[in-house]
Design a protein around this ligand. Structure first.
Ligand code: ADP
Ligand code: ZN
Length: 610
């Protein structure tokens, strides 16, 4: 098998080689092309000696100097490379260049192949025994594989994320005793996706799964699989799984899966390679016996960009959201990370948790670490408040702009009232619905969050229920308007408005519940003639206007409760079902006495930062 593959490899390389060297020699004769080191390139760029750069995804980029000399250099593939060039006054063109120039590079790449080929041959000569096929593959990729046999991380090292931990608890059980599940004929999920903002502990939790189950952990990053030669990514994936199978049970962690499994949009370069790699992954995943004890955990910052093929049953069919920590979770995370750090008695973890609104776990960890470094530099015995205060700014300055640490006090208040509006309207118009969680912590879906679980599905939905759903959706915007005025309403309600539109138009067009439009299915009529648009529009508008008015009145009547919910939200960031019930019952002393102060403390830092 190996010999045969080797032979095929040999033939392919030989043919490519012949073509490429001749092409290369031909072009090289015609073109003067200079190779620049990246450092030289940047120097020339600084001196204004570079006229144009052709950006692409390849490992080399080309361009032309002001004096007409063509050159090529390493492609740094950094995010703001283009901006850097533009700021230096260099013309940048994107996309492939199909001219002679590009052929030279292809030639060069193939020469690269030749080198590795020769290297392969020399290994055969030297060793005298057959080399393993993956060697040249390893050489061609820059893939980093982290292999840890004993990760030494358990669930105790992961603070918060209770729901996420619960949802992977059975995976741990499965890894420990696959036969128990096999006996029941249960098929365990082969793939799990953790999604959520960066630094929230997705990698940590994957490690903890391996640690709890006592199995080895392999980690890869999706971004390592792109930008390699076609077929290499796929080969590498097969290699990973082959190794994993040899080991038996294990956790394979795939960071940045979106680099590999983004929705196919038709015109992205290199998609051939990507989809080959993705297909290899999916094939391998469906290939292993479900009870072999291999679990693949993937992580992404965004679920919505993923190719649906990844999410189908038998693949990554379990998706677990990992969110930013709320104030209590931040306290826990801080506790975990100050275990080995001598904190001064003056430092209050409690206060620190309140001051680190919208910090991710990673930022909290780095806050304490930076503080420890500063204290060590001072030669102090303990980490003091001023160390942490100074570290604060390092951590925040180091964070990206789009990071949410800088959400202003005003934005938090708007979010708090908006979410409080939804929650309160739900409790007032449809108390049978359970509001399981209200939060002002941003998630991948938007600024705040509000989850309501509707009563068990019945065959029919009543008109009243649909109207209530509209009111609940309008509650956010209505609360904003009541508290901050008509001119200060925000874009935060855009999803709500989408939902309202959907329900209202269904009421009128499909369910025959509009007053004036009557019992007709307008979708059917529309497919013949589209002349009812005006009527439907005015009917929907009238409906929504009426409900908005009613919702606003309801909230004004209960403004005291609205304020309470919003204030508690500002202090605690997340309210659960029980807490909301207590506010509704008028048990205002949820935070005895110092609620107002606490609100102040929580918002103080973020106001400074904003
Ligand atoms: P992600 O994979 O979501 O980007 P990581 O798992 O790499 O985040 O988190 C980076 C570091 O931040 C972790 O190693 C850990 O020190 C810290 N961290 C993040 N979330 C938590 C958490 N929930 N509990 C404890 N530490 C955390
Ligand atoms: Zn809303």
């Amino acid at each position: 098998m190996r010999r045969k593959r080797l032979l095929i490899g040999f033939l392919v390389v030989a043919v490519l080689l012949a073509i490429s060297t001749s092409a290369y020699l031909y072009k090289a004769g015609k073109q003067e092309t200079q190779e620049l080191s990246f450092v030289d390139f940047m120097k020339l760029a600084d001196e204004g000696k570079i006229k144009i750069v052709y950006l692409n995804d390849n490992s080399l980029i080309q361009g032309e100097l002001v004096d007409g000399t063509k050159f090529f250099t390493e492609n740094p593939r950094s995010e703001n490379f283009k901006q850097t060039l533009l700021l230096l006054g260099i013309k940048v063109e994107e996309g492939q260049r199909g001219d002679v120039f590009a052929s030279v590079f292809r030639g060069l790449l193939l020469v690269g192949l030749l080198v590795s080929f020769i290297w392969l041959i020399s290994r055969i000569m030297n060793k005298g025994n057959a080399p393993s096929y993956k060697d040249p593959v390893d050489k061609l990729t820059t893939m980093q594989c982290e292999t840890i046999d004993d990760v030494g991380v358990t669930f105790d090292d992961v603070a918060g994320n209770i729901e996420a931990k619960e949802s992977v608890a059975d995976i741990v059980d499965f890894l420990k005793r696959p036969e128990k599940f096999a006996r029941m004929g249960a098929r365990m999920p082969r793939g799990i996706i953790f999604y959520g903002p960066p630094g929230t502990g997705k990698t940590l939790l994957a490690k903890a799964v391996a640690g709890e189950a006592g199995v080895p952990y392999y980690a890869f990053s999706g971004s390592d699989f792109v930008q390699v030669y076609v077929g290499v990514g796929a080969a590498r994936i097969r290699d990973v799984f082959r190794k994993a199978r040899e080991k038996g049970k294990c956790v394979i962690f795939f960071d940045e899966i979106d680099a590999l499994g983004k929705k196919r949009d038709g015109f992205n370069g290199g998609s051939e390679e990507r989809s080959q790699t993705l297909n290899a992954l999916l094939t391998e995943m469906s290939g292993f016996n479900a009870n072999e004890g291999i679990v693949v955990i993937a992580a992404t910052n965004r679920l919505d960009v993923l190719d649906e093929a990844l999410l189908r049953p038998g693949r990554f069919d379990r998706q677990v959201e990992i969110g930013l920590p709320d104030v209590n979770e931040r306290k826990e995370i801080l506790r975990i990370h100050c275990r080995n750090k001598p904190l001064s008695e003056n430092v209050s973890i409690e206060k620190l948790a309140q001051q680190t609104v919208y910090f991710s776990g990673a930022q909290l960890e780095s806050l304490l670490n930076e503080g420890a470094i500063l204290a060590a530099k001072r030669g102090a015995r303990f980490i003091e408040n001023e160390d942490i205060d100074r570290a604060f700014y390092t951590v925040i300055a180091g964070a990206e702009k789009k990071d949410r640490s800088a959400i202003s006090k005003v934005d938090r208040e708007v979010t708090a009232y908006h979410e409080a509006g939804h929650a309160l309207v739900t409790k007032l118009v449809a108390p049978e619905n359970r509001v399981t969680k209200v939060t002002i912590i941003p998630s991948t879906r938007g600024a705040g969050g509000f989850s309501v679980s509707l009563p068990p599905d019945r065959m029919y939905r009543r008109k009243k229920e649909m109207e209530n759903s509209i009111k609940i959706a309008l509650g956010g915007r209505a609360a904003e308007e009541i508290i901050f005025g008509k001119d200060n309403i925000t874009t935060g309600a855009s999803n709500d408005i989408e939902k309202v539109t959907q329900i209202a138009s269904a009421l009128v067009k499909r369910f025959g519940m509009g007053d004036k439009t009557g019992m007709l299915n307008y979708d059917m009529l529309h497919s013949n003639r589209g002349d009812h648009n005006g009527e439907i529009l005015s009917e929907c508008k009238a409906l929504v206007e009426r409900f908005y008015k009613e919702t606003t009145e309801l909230l004004i009547e209960n403004k005291y409760l609205l304020d309470r919910i919003a204030k508690v939200l500002l202090a605690k960031e997340t309210i659960d079902e029980e807490c909301l019930e207590r506010i509704m019952k008028g048990e205002a002393d949820i935070h005895p006495g110092s609620l107002e102060q606490e609100v102040e403390a929580t918002t103080a830092k973020s106001a400074v930062i904003a």
